[in-house]
Design a protein around this ligand. Structure first.
Ligand code: NAD
Length: 455
């Protein structure tokens, strides 16, 4: 792939102004929606071939989210793209002031493997809506999905507007050495640093959607049965390979046993006693990740699960208790179907533990006490989160989605996606009928007037 030639082609297309009209953008979004509908079965099959993800999950967490986002964007785009009037200030009286949302130009989207359709195409929706041309680099770890995406997109869209580039680390490095106008990266913190370093060479702005350890707190006032059910759903969805999955659970010591019973029951009710036979339970994406996850199994006592099958990259939904001190499972992002359980006696202990670690992408708390909820939300910094639920906040496009600190920078979803891929150009227009002379030399006697206005 000649990345320089591809970028030049997209730049020329962008400069032609073809992507600028709102009608063009809406038409492209409609085309994307049509593609997703017409090729739904192919996409289901590809994701299943990559890691046995069931159709319902592929629809709910990938295609459905995309349809919803596209429809919402189409409905609102005319309004978002209009110039916005803003107030003037006395120092510039009289003037009219407004912002114009202009596209950055040629943008690069780099995606991870865990939601291989959604995480490649959801940023694309925002980039199209804002009027950019886009190069998308999906993950090489889900080869079936990446290959189907590449084939379909190249059939439905012109390369000078949207190009899917297949490849691994080397391809990414080649893309990162080019002078894109914005880079939107979703992936690990480790690669996030590489992306930011490469972007700094060209002063390219970046959005970094990274990962980390998202905590989940369950206190003694929580509805334990519902909490267990919702946590089991969010943790074992996609076999735990979700950036906002609850990474570890902190449960009040006095309700630990009861909560663990419910958690075990929930796992069994979802996947049966042998999750390997369940058509609804996916596999780990590859042997490297499988090996990494298996090594966590000896970091504590296995309360439930623990069975593995290397040939199938299968890991049973697993609950770990009595975690060893400084165990890797509590230091690294787990990103798989293993959940360590930590106990606390006072909510302050839980807050201190969270605040001793890098700011997480998500945080969840199950409680009936408003005071506990407020204390956690106020004292802990995190990307986004939920009270009495996990993961589901992602399905609300009115909420911005993104990390903070080590879990990322920038956000997207809904209107925020449009903003992320736009530059808001501020313009002041002055009439000629009045020209107050304060600013012009000679300054003698004018300072007191300036002080009256700028105070
Ligand atoms: P990754 O960082 O390994 O890979 C992401 C992308 O970067 C891939 O396209 C890959 O080809 C590329 N890449 C890998 N190594 C590279 C290198 N050395 N130089 C340049 N490019 C390179 O991430 P992953 O394993 O695909 O995904 C898992 C991670 O992504 C987890 O940390 C997870 O939390 C995070 N994630 C975050 C979000 C979010 O929205 N914040 C969503 C999904 C996943």
């Amino acid at each position: 792939m000649d990345t320089a030639r591809l970028l030049e082609k997209q730049r020329t297309y962008f400069r032609s102004g073809a992507t600028k009209s709102v009608e063009f953008r809406i038409h492209q979004l409609q085309t994307l929606k049509k593609l997703l509908s017409e090729h739904e079965d192919e996409l289901f099959e590809a994701v299943y071939a990559d890691f046995k993800k069931p159709e319902l999950e592929t629809y709910a967490t990938e295609l459905g989210i995309l349809h919803n986002e596209i429809s919402y964007t189409i409905r609102n785009l005319k309004n978002w793209a209009k110039p916005k009037r803003l107030k003037g200030t006395w120092i510039n009286f009289p003037s009219s002031n407004y912002t114009i949302a202009e596209p950055y130009g040629a943008v690069l989207v780099i995606a991870p493997w865990n939601y291989p359709i959604q995480l490649a195409l959801l940023p694309l929706v925002g980039a199209i809506a804002a009027g950019n041309t886009v190069v998308v680099k999906p993950s090489e770890l889900t080869p079936h999905t990446t290959s189907v995406l590449s084939r379909l997109m190249s059939k439905w869209f012109k390369e000078e507007f949207i190009a899917i580039v297949e490849g691994g680390v080397e391809t990414n490095q080649a893309l990162l050495s080019e002078d894109f106008d914005h880079i939107f990266f979703t992936g690990s913190s480790r690669v996030g640093k590489i992306v930011m370093e490469a972007a700094s060479k060209n002063l390219t702005p970046v959005t970094l959607e990274l990962g980390g350890k998202s905590p989940c707190i369950v206190d003694d006032t929580a509805d334990l049965e519902t909490a267990a059910k919702r946590i089991a759903w969010g943790k074992f969805l996609n076999a735990g390979q979700t950036c906002v999955a609850p990474d570890y659970i902190m449960v009040k010591a006095s309700v630990k046993d009861k909560f663990l019973e419910y958690l075990k029951e929930s796992i069994r009710s979802f996947y049966g006693v042998n999750a390997k036979l369940s058509p609804d339970y996916p596999r780990i994406v590859n042997e490297d990740h499988f090996g990494r996850l298996v090594s966590y199994l000896s970091d504590g006592e296995i309360y439930y699960g623990g069975k593995t099958d290397q040939e199938e990259c299968y890991i049973e939904p697993t609950i770990l208790t009595d975690i060893k001190e400084r165990a890797p499972v509590m230091e690294e992002e787990i990103f798989g179907p293993i959940v360590p359980i930590i106990t606390f006696n006072d909510i302050g202990e839980a807050i201190d533990l969270i605040n001793s670690k890098p700011k997480p992408l998500a945080l969840y708390v199950f409680t009936r006490e408003k005071e506990t909820e407020d204390r956690i939300v106020e004292k802990c910094s995190f990307g986004s989160g939920a009270v009495n639920d996990v993961v589901a906040h992602l399905g609300n496009h009115h909420l911005p989605f993104g990390g903070v600190g080590k879990s990322g920078m920038g956000a997207y979803h809904g209107k925020k996606s449009f903003d992320t891929f736009s530059h808001f150009k501020g313009i002041m227009k002055k009439p000629l009928w009045l020209d107050i002379p304060f600013r012009y030399a000679p300054y003698k006697g004018k300072l007191k007037w300036i002080k009256k206005i700028l105070k």
